[in-house]
Design a protein around this ligand. Sequence first.
Ligand SMILES: *Cc1c(COP(=O)(O)O)cnc(C)c1O
Length: 427
Amino acid sequence: MDKRVNNTQLVHADRLLNRPQHGAVHEATNNSVLFEFDDAADLEAVFQGKKPGHVYSRSSSSSAVSLQNMLNLIEGGVGAVVFATGMAGISSMIYSLLHAGDHVIVSQYLFGNTRSFFETLAHFSIAVSYVDVTSADAVKKAITPSTKMVFCESIANPVTQVSDLDGIGKLCDEHKLLFAIDNTMTPSPMLDAKALKASLVVTSLTKYIGGHGNVLGGVVVDLGNFNWQNYSHIADKYKVDDVAQWGLTQLRKRGLRDMGATLAPGSAHQIAIGLETLNLRMQQICQNAMALALFFEEHNAIKHVFYPGLVTHPQHQRAGQLFGHQFGGILSIELVDNIDMRAFLNALNVIICATHLGDTRTLALPVATTIFYENGPQQRAIMGISDSLIRISVGIEHVSDLTDDITQALNALINGSGKFERAKQCT
Ligand SMILES: *Cc1c(COP(=O)(O)O)cnc(C)c1O
């Protein structure tokens, strides 16, 4: 975990990279939509990409650029573009880099909204294959002559399948395919996406990086591994200067400028504050999650625990190698059959019943009836999501307060005979 950007670099990044005016340690939140030029020729040069600068804040602002510099630093990339949300980052990346007639291979375990977005692509004549990305062989079998990209998440949610990122990276490199990783679950430095030959990494900044449930954002970072000269879809007008920037230039123009899901300057500032404590929070979160997973594994009220840190997890070893022996902050549980899942959730006091993840607070959510409700029973079965599954996004609380809360909630469901209450009829 400490092989890349450390806490010293994180807390000083804004000051050192962005050099804010007046000796400020934060880049100011600059809300100006327009930018004045003394010389019209300079305005023209910035418009034409011949000089750096800002002309209109939908396309760029100093607040967004400062955050981009910091996010690019932590990934070791060649540049970054921030967006209003994680979904805006994903959809802008796909719409600006793929064309009708293309084929894309994606994980069959995708985050629900991302899955729904890829289903929308069918209406734009982009073919999508949903594949078991825990196996690079399965990805290889799905490649066709029109395949342009492989897209997967590092750790899927809620069942925590770990993608074969190493195998898929090599495969994409060999076949000159774009390889995009959604690393929201394992933000840098947990995952070194660049070393795994990923072309692009996309992150929801709303989750661990913002970290406090008070700001939305997304980012796409180009890791410099993909040779854009081999890509047929870069428009001639975006093939300017350094080849390494072609992909991001097209993403910035088509994805950000034309589609318009711009990150607000105030949000950029809030996310930058979150970034300062990312490592600290991630360490505490991973430690708490491991402790909770072991607690659940031992507990007779729990039928199944899904967490990559457990030796019984099918991709435990791979997760250890990929994530520097940290295993993330998401775990899921199934209670034994005679405990009512909703009664358990309702009896929790410290742990909050809410959707969202990556927060400082521990959150619990019934999955099948909420975030994966739209997917229907068949897709849920393929993803390994049972009707009684509860997802837990582990926070930074003192861990015994979490285990005490779970214990009191389960005890409250035990009836006079010492047995757990029979499940109420689930509808
Ligand atoms: C939340 C999430 C997203 C979407 O991010 P938003 O900022 O909520 O739009 C994308 N991918 C994963 C894995 C997520 O958890």
